[in-house]
Ligand binder design. Structure first.
Ligand SMILES: [Zn+2]
Ligand SMILES: [Zn+2]
Ligand SMILES: [Zn+2]
Length: 270
């Protein structure tokens, strides 16, 4: 399996527009991996995770072959993860491939409304409503949606994904996991890669809604205890806000050496 991070920031991006905070100033100055667009990822060539308003520029920037994308998992309907207007672009194509979108209730309703209200769109997109703890297959992937500790209005889920005996846990826009989640993860199996929300970066105690480095440590310890994470699991932190008070460079210096700090364009194979 392969994951490519197309974006790595929370809603505000880094540097955030018009922001004079120290993190934004220093990120602007340093450039490179310190510049972050909104979080999105591509698994192998065919499974997209989230569809935000940076999606079209991500496709162009990384020269993504969009004809290969067949499925898209949506985590929740905050605008840095779901932006329906750009999902409807194929209505202006004479021909386009069809994409299946998977989202829990709020996101599903929004996508379904967009498809229904747009002539021709049903030819190019299909929406499925997912539910926490109800696994499903999309293509060759076995997917388990888990309830996220995040704004309940947004029907937030995060995803455990399996293909060819490889497993990925993509857990962004969640605080520390609900207790029931650990049992479901234990049953799902050992993970080759775990990607955790780190919106609060080096700030203390982001516990509900989002996480930070200190709460990431707690979650990783719990995942180790139930043996779904071991010394071979790749650990990634991602989805950063300037309010976390850390640039990419700061994070690399301040997190455990075996963690990978996410950045736009990071690609990992496992
Ligand atoms: Zn977000
Ligand atoms: Zn800022
Ligand atoms: Zn969110």
């Amino acid at each position: 399996m392969k994951i490519k991070y197309l974006g790595s920031a929370a809603y505000d991006a880094i540097p955030a527009p018009f922001c004079c905070c120290e993190t934004c100033r220093r990120s602007r100055q340093a450039g490179g991996k310190n510049i972050r667009t909104r979080t999105q990822a591509l698994v192998d060539e065919d499974l997209l995770i989230d569809f935000n308003s940076d999606t079209v520029s991500h496709f162009l920037q990384y020269n993504i072959d969009t004809l290969q994308i067949q499925h898209c998992l949506i985590t929740h309907n905050h605008s840095d993860h779901l932006y329906v207007p750009d999902m409807l672009i194929p209505q202006y194509s004479r021909e386009a491939v069809k994409v299946m979108y998977y989202a829990a209730e709020s996101g599903y309703k929004e996508i379904q409304k967009g498809i229904e209200e747009t002539p021709l769109m049903s030819k190019f997109a299909h929406a499925y409503c997912v539910e926490p703890y109800k696994p499903f297959y999309c293509g060759k992937y076995r997917v388990l949606p888990l309830p996220a500790n995040h704004d309940p209005q947004a029907s937030p889920v995060f995803y455990a994904i399996e293909k060819d005996e490889k497993r990925l846990l993509y857990a962004h826009d969640t605080g520390v996991f609900f207790e029931d989640v650990y049992e479901a993860l234990r049953k799902f199996g050992r993970f080759d890669l775990v990607s955790l929300d780190c919106t609060g970066a080096l700030q203390p105690d982001y516990r509900n809604g989002h996480m930070c480095v200190s709460t990431n440590l707690e979650v990783i310890e719990k995942l180790k205890k139930i043996k779904v994470v071991d010394e071979h699991t790749i650990l990634v932190i991602n989805h950063f806000s300037h309010n976390g008070a850390a640039t990419y460079d700061d994070l690399v210096e301040n997190v455990p050496k075996n963690w990978i700090v996410g950045y736009d364009g990071l690609t990992l194979e496992f």
